[in-house]
Every structure is written in C-alpha cells, then in structure tokens.
Design a protein. Structure first.
Length: 266
C-alpha cells in the first residue's frame, strides 16, 4: 500500500513540475512574441514603391542617358572622347531632334577618319563586368558608316565593340586587345521599317563561361563566347568615316553585389 501511495505522489509531483515548466515556457514565448521585431514583408503602396525604385536608381544600379538635360551643341556631361589611332577625334555633340525617341535632344556623332579607326565616347566613373546595354540609333539620310556600343573598356586600345551598319544591314562584334582588332563574329540583319532602331548588348556568364549577345530591333543576331576582357567602362563608338545619332542609352549590371534595397531596420 505504501508503494502505491508513493507512486501516486510521485506522479502528482511530475505533473506539477511539467505544469510549471509549461507555464514558464508560455510566459517566455509571450514575452518573445511581444518584444521581438517582425520580419514579415510589409505591403507597399504605389507611392512607396515608386519612391523605392527612384532610390534604387539614385544608388547607381541603373543608368540612363537621354541627353535632354545636356547643353546643346556640346559634349554630354560625364562622357570623354578617345580614339584607337592617331586620327582626329570625332565630333560628338548634343543636337535638337523633334523625332527622337526621347525628344527634344539626341547625341550626334561624326567621324572623318581617313583610315580604319574606332572613335570612342566613354562614360566616366562607371565600370561593369557583366552589363546589359541598350541604345536607340539613327543614320541621317545621305549618311553612312557604322556605330554602336563599347564594353569592357580599359582604354582606347582594349575594349569590345558591337557595331552596326544600317545601310548595308550588317552587325559585327570586335575585340580590341593591345591595339589589335579581332572580329569575333558578324551577321546580316533585317531592320524594322522604322526611323530609329535599337541595339542591345549583354555580357553574361554561365558555368564559368562568358559570352556576349547582340540584339538588333529585339532579335538576337550574335552570341559569342569570349572572356579575354573583364571589368571595364562602357560607352558609344563610331567606326571609320561614320555619322550616327544616338538616344536613350541604358546600362544595368546583370550581376551585382549591390542589394536592390537597403537592409531592414531591425
């Protein structure tokens, strides 16, 4: 009989201990829930979303040049001229163009090289390793030549150039290394029946392989594997004796260590 009573008392003691621990755990959990910050994603209003996107752009992740705020008949702010040879530098100037994709101004480039040369207009202060670049371009009536964009630019002797000749409808990707030009790829293109065309260049990487893709009027025309040049500046380019108008130049890194938004304020 004593053994049974002792067992019953022991059972009651264990129940009381368990109840005490449960009560303490519940109290602690309640305090934790009351004091700990919330990690949930809070909903944004349309105004807040627009403000956040604007702040992202201010951080330098996305870049856009429409030349509409630049001084007329002058070199656009933040760009510097360069050339691959000893020929005279090209004329780069902001001009008025009512039919521009983003009126009223465009960037006009004119090169009068007597021999093959690459006329560069480099964006200052920005470097990309895997950029996504795009620009709208137009060749004035009666003009000819090739132009486009540069990436991976170290100097006037080392860069990639994606060039298009709208008159003969031909696109090419060139790597300039130590002053020697190598044609990486070329193709014929079909241009849309519009005044202003689009050129887009992406440098991407998959499984340690780097490749450059060129799009004209939204169509992929070249995909070239090459990793000779890495991090570098971006800009616009004219080849030889050429005249071309540019507008709505965009740049964004495909890969970046920069977060898309600031860390939460814990």
């Amino acid at each position: 009989m004593w053994t049974i009573s002792a067992s019953v008392r022991a059972c009651h003691i264990r129940r009381r201990v368990c109840a005490t621990f449960c009560a303490l755990f519940a109290a602690c959990a309640g305090l934790a829930m009351e004091c700990a910050p919330s990690y949930g994603v809070q909903s944004e209003t349309q105004e807040e979303k627009a403000a956040n996107l604007k702040n992202q752009a201010k951080g330098g992740l996305f870049q856009k040049w429409t030349f509409d705020q630049d001084q007329l008949n002058a070199l656009p702010n933040g760009f510097v001229k360069s050339i691959s040879s000893d020929e005279p530098l090209a004329e780069w100037a902001v001009q008025g163009r009512a039919t521009a994709p983003t009126p009223p101004y465009v960037l006009a480039g004119a090169s009068n090289c007597s021999q093959l040369c690459y006329q560069l207009l480099v964006v200052e202060g920005l470097q990309y390793e895997y950029p996504d670049l795009s620009v709208r371009f137009h060749t004035p009536e009666g003009s000819a030549g090739s132009g486009g964009m540069i990436l991976g630019t170290r100097d006037a002797k080392n860069f990639y150039a994606a060039l298009i000749d709208p008159v003969v409808r031909h696109v090419q990707l060139v790597r300039m290394s130590d002053g020697r030009a190598t044609l990486l790829g070329h193709a014929s293109v079909n241009l849309k029946p519009v005044d202003w065309h689009s050129l887009r260049v992406q440098r991407n990487t998959i499984i340690s392989k780097d490749f450059i893709e060129v799009f004209v009027d939204g169509t992929l025309v070249l995909s070239i594997e090459d990793q000779a040049l890495g991090l570098g500046q971006i800009g616009l380019v004219l080849l030889g004796k050429s005249t071309m108008f540019f507008d709505s130049f965009h740049a964004v890194p495909l890969f970046s260590n920069r977060p898309f938004s600031g860390p939460p304020a814990y």
